[in-house]
Design a protein around this ligand. Structure first.
Ligand SMILES: C[S@@+](CC[C@H](N)C(=O)[O-])C[C@H]1O[C@@H](n2cnc3c(N)ncnc32)[C@H](O)[C@@H]1O
Length: 281
C-alpha cells in the first residue's frame, strides 16, 4: 500500500532492539529490561508506526534528535490508564470488610498509613480516601491518615497534585459521592480539601527506588502486570516487607501473587485480589 507503513513492514532486529533499549535507559531513565519484552515491543511498535519508522535503528535515530518523541515514548511506555473506582466491587469489599478489621486491630493507635504504588493521576488514591471517609464517618478527623501516592511518571504526579477531574472522569460517580466529596472548579471538579490534605505525592520507582515501609494498606494495581515474572516476585516480597503485621495488600484483578510472597500472605478475597500480612511472622 502506497503512503502508509503497515506493522508487518517494521524490521524487528534483535541487535537494534538492544541498542534502542540502551538509548531509552540513557535518555529517559526507563529500565526496559524489567518490563515484559512482549509488552515493550507492542508499545514500541505503536510509536514506530506513528513516526513511520521502519526499523528500531531508524526510530533510535529519531529519538536522539527529537526531544518531543522522548516525551511521547515515555507516555506510551508507562501506560497511565486509570479511573475513579476502577473495579468498584473491590472498593466496596475493602470498605465493608477490610477497613472494619483494620480499624479494629489498630485499637488506640489512630495512625493509618496507606500507599498507592503506581498511582497514575491519583484516581486510585482519591477512591481510597473516599471509602475511608465514608467508613469512618465522624471519627475520620480523629485519625492521622496519610496516603502516599508514588509513580515514575512526573506528568502523572502533577495531575495527582491537583486532583482535578473533568466531566468524563466523574461520569460513573454517584451523585451522592460527587456532592459530598468534590467541589466544582470551572468546568470540572476537584477533590475537597479535607481529603486532599492526606495525600503525599512522591516520585518513586518501585523497581530501583528506596524500600518503603510501615504501611497498613498497600494498593499496587495494574502496574506489575507489565513486569517480568522474576521482578514481580521480588516486588511482592517488597510489599510484604513494607506492610505492618495485619496490614493488607491489594493487587489488580488480572494479577497473581507469584513467588514466595504467595505463601507469606493470607488470602482475604481471591476474586478481589486482597491479601493480609499474617501476624507473628
Ligand atoms: C495502568 S496505571 C495503574 C494506575 C492505578 N494503580 C490503577 O490501577 O488504576 C500504571 C502506573 O504505573 C506506573 N509505573 C510503571 N512502572 C513503574 C515503576 N517502576 N514504579 C512506579 N510506578 C510505575 C505508570 O507510570 C502508571 O502511572
Amino acid at each position: 500500500m502506497i503512503g502508509s507503513i503497515q506493522s508487518n513492514e517494521i524490521c524487528e532486529d534483535e541487535n537494534e532492539f538492544t541498542e534502542l533499549k540502551k538509548i531509552i535507559k540513557r535518555k529517559i531513565g526507563f529500565n526496559c529490561e524489567s518490563y515484559k519484552q512482549t509488552h515493550l515491543k507492542r508499545r514500541l511498535a505503536l510509536r514506530l508506526r506513528i513516526t513511520r519508522s521502519r526499523s528500531y535503528n531508524e526510530y533510535s535515530g529519531l529519538l536522539l534528535k527529537n526531544p518531543e518523541e522522548l516525551t511521547q515514548l515515555k507516555e506510551a511506555l508507562t501506560v497511565n490508564v486509570t479511573e475513579l473506582f476502577r473495579n468498584p466491587e473491590m472498593y466496596e469489599f475493602v470498605r465493608m470488610n477490610v477497613l472494619p478489621e483494620l480499624i479494629k486491630t489498630k485499637g488506640d493507635n489512630r495512625m493509618l498509613k496507606i500507599w498507592s504504588a503506581g498511582c497514575s493521576n491519583g484516581e486510585e488514591a482519591s477512591s481510597i480516601a473516599i471509602i475511608l471517609r465514608e467508613f469512618l464517618g465522624i471519627s475520620y478527623k480523629k485519625y492521622n491518615i496519610s496516603i502516599l501516592c508514588t509513580d515514575i511518571d512526573d506528568d502523572c504526579l502533577l495531575k495527582a497534585e491537583k486532583l482535578a477531574f473533568d466531566q468524563k472522569q466523574i461520569e460513573k460517580l454517584s451523585k451522592e459521592r460527587l456532592d459530598r466529596f468534590f467541589v466544582k472548579d470551572g468546568i470540572g471538579y476537584i477533590l475537597d480539601d479535607e481529603l486532599r490534605k492526606i495525600f503525599k505525592i512522591k516520585h518513586h520507582d518501585m523497581i530501583s527506588g528506596p524500600k518503603l515501609g510501615g504501611f497498613d494498606l498497600i494498593f499496587c494495581r495494574n502496574v506489575t502486570i507489565y513486569f517480568e515474572h522474576k521482578l514481580q516476585e521480588i516486588l511482592y516480597q517488597d510489599f510484604y516487607n513494607a506492610l505492618n503485621e495485619g496490614g493488607y495488600f491489594v493487587m489488580g484483578k488480572t494479577e497473581s501473587l507469584v513467588g514466595p510472597a504467595g505463601h507469606m500472605f493470607k488470602t482475604v478475597d481471591l476474586r478481589e485480589r486482597i491479601y493480609m500480612k499474617k501476624g507473628g511472622s
